[in-house]
Design a protein around this ligand. Structure first.
Ligand code: ADP
Ligand code: 5GP
Length: 189
C-alpha cells in the first residue's frame, strides 16, 4: 500500500424489467470477475432461490423506514410497491477500496446517485423494441399476464427517461450488447 487514497469507479445500470439486465450482468461477471455488485436492501419478499445477503438483504418496512430517518441509504425508492435502497456506507467503503462497483437500481434511484456522485457512470439498457420486451417478459415465464402488462406500463415511462443516462445500450443481439457494456466499463475504470 502506498498510503495514497484510491478511488473506485461507480457504475449504475437501469433497465425496464425483462430488457435483459440479469443476463447481461451474468456475462459481465465472467468478463470482469472482480467487479463488485452492490447488494440492495428491500422489503419485497424473497423469490424462490433468492439468498439473504447475496441477492438482497430482506428487511421489514419498519427497519427500512428507520434507515430512511437515519440517513442510511445513499438512495432509496418504492418500486412496484416495495422499498429498495442502497447502503451509503457500502458505497463509501467499496469506493475507498478502489474497485469497480456496480449498482442495479431503478430510474428514481439513479437520479439520486447522479446527484450525490456526479462522476457515476450511468447506463440504461434498452430493449430493441416494445414488442420484443413483451415477448421476453412473457417468454421468461416467471410473471402472470397481469404482471407482464403492469411491467409493460412501467417500461414505457422508464424508457422515456433513458436520455438522463450517460450511455444507452440496446440489448438486441446479446453478444454485441455485452461488448458495448464491456467497452464502457473499460473506458471508465
Ligand atoms: P431482466 O433482468 O432485465 O428483468 P432477464 O435477464 O431476466 O431480464 O431477461 C428476460 C428474458 O429475456 C430472459 O428469458 C432472457 O433469457 C431473455 N434475454 C435476455 N437478453 C436477451 C437477448 N439479447 N436476446 C434475446 N433474449 C434475451
Ligand atoms: P426486483 O424486485 O425484480 O429484483 O427489482 C425490481 C426493480 O428494483 C429493478 O428495476 C431493480 O433495478 C430495482 N432495484 C433493485 N435494488 C434497488 C435499490 O437498491 N434501489 C433502487 N432505487 N432500485 C432498486
Amino acid at each position: 500500500m502506498t498510503g495514497t487514497r484510491r478511488k473506485g469507479s461507480l457504475f449504475v445500470l437501469s433497465a425496464p424489467s425483462g430488457a435483459g439486465k440479469s443476463t447481461l450482468c451474468r456475462a459481465l461477471e465472467e468478463r470482469f470477475p472482480n467487479i463488485e455488485y452492490s447488494v440492495s436492501h428491500t422489503t419485497r419478499p424473497p423469490r424462490p432461490g433468492e439468498v439473504h445477503g447475496a441477492d438482497y438483504f430482506f428487511v421489514d418496512t419498519e427497519t427500512f423506514e428507520k434507515g430512511i430517518r437515519e440517513g442510511r441509504w445513499a438512495e432509496w425508492a418504492k418500486v412496484h410497491g416495495n422499498y429498495y435502497g442502497t447502503s451509503a456506507g457500502f458505497i463509501r467503503r467499496a469506493l475507498e477500496r478502489g474497485g469497480r462497483l456496480l449498482l442495479d437500481i431503478d430510474v428514481q434511484g439513479a437520479r439520486q446517485i447522479r446527484a450525490a456522485f456526479p462522476e457515476a457512470v450511468t447506463i440504461f439498457i434498452m430493449p430493441p423494441s416494445v414488442e420484443e420486451l413483451r415477448r421476453r417478459l412473457a417468454g421468461r415465464g416467471t410473471d402472470s399476464p397481469e404482471t407482464v402488462e403492469k411491467r409493460m406500463g412501467c417500461a414505457e415511462w422508464e424508457m422515456a427517461q433513458a436520455g438522463e443516462y450517460r450511455h444507452v445500450v440496446v440489448n438486441g443481439e446479446l453478444g454485441r450488447a455485452v461488448e458495448e457494456l464491456a467497452a464502457i466499463i473499460k473506458a471508465h475504470s
